[in-house]
Write a protein that binds this ligand. Structure first.
Ligand code: ADP
Ligand code: MG
Length: 236
């Protein structure tokens, strides 16, 4: 990216910046698919701080621990790399579960699912929200192996892992833990460990949290590979 005059960032002769696109401020400056760019428009043009800090890393496949306060735009910071990852490997209907997004509550899962549908509307990926009550679990069981992106609470995901015949996440490409501090506050540590135990090790993991507590850092240390640690304080 060209540097504006007076910018104190390194000049091209200092070597290529790492990660690439680290100076981008708008979504259209990132190497995103046309489908994702179209899904972002017209609502989203300029990146928030946590998006600007994390996307250059997450888009090149790295694990990320991103801490930024509520309202800073963490949802797009994982929805975009999820869509791009599956798009780049040409994930399709027959490939099954390629992404799992874990959220602490039904309400938050529902909100991020809406955002995923909005930004992902031009992609041909299927997504399902697994948060239903006792009755819905049977219907979910029939569909879960045909979904590409699962958005779920930890308890319900574990229930499917344990009870749904042929539940297969062996090809999982990318795992997201959203609001990880709240997941842990809600006492889901045991469920998370059981989930991690059943997931393939070769995957990308994105962990977002409003706060970087000791328990969030422990979770990251045990389950992320050489992660980029980002802590962002400003608002979007
Ligand atoms: P967090 O998960 O960090 O609490 P959200 O992802 O829920 O934050 O985003 C908070 C609000 O900010 C949402 O209404 C979202 O639509 C909006 N938002 C997120 N990113 C951007 C952006 N780049 N430009 C404009 N609005 C944004
Ligand atoms: Mg959030």
């Amino acid at each position: 990216l060209p540097h504006p005059p007076g910018d104190d960032s390194p000049s091209p002769s200092d070597g290529d910046p790492f990660p690439p696109f680290a100076g981008a401020v708008r979504f259209d400056q990132l190497p995103l698919s046309r489908k994702t760019k179209d899904g972002l428009r017209p609502k989203y043009t300029t990146m928030s701080d946590v998006q600007r800090a994390s996307l250059p890393h997450s888009l090149c496949g790295r694990d990320v621990l991103g801490a930024a306060k509520t309202g800073s735009g963490k949802t797009l910071a994982f929805i975009i790399p999820v869509l791009e990852k599956l798009y780049r490997v040409r994930w399709g209907p027959e490939d099954g579960v390629g992404c799992i997004i874990i959220s602490p509550t039904k309400e938050l899962a529902g909100q991020l699912f809406e955002e995923l549908k909005l930004v992902g509307k031009y992609h041909s990926l299927s997504a399902g929200l697994l948060i239903g009550g006792r009755k819905e679990v049977e219907t979910e069981k029939e569909h879960v192996n045909y979904l590409n992106i699962l958005v779920c609470t930890p308890g319900r995901l574990l229930q499917h892992m344990n009870e749904t015949p042929n539940f297969d996440c062996s090809q999982l490409q990318i795992l997201v833990l959203d609001e990880a501090d709240r997941i842990l506050d809600r006492g889901f540590k045991k469920e998370l460990n059981a989930i991690f135990f059943q997931l393939p090790k070769k995957r990308q993991t994105l962990l977002f949290s409003a706060t970087q507590t000791k328990s969030v850092q422990d979770l990251a240390r045990l389950n992320l590979k050489d992660p980029e640690y980002l802590s962002v304080h400003a608002e979007c």
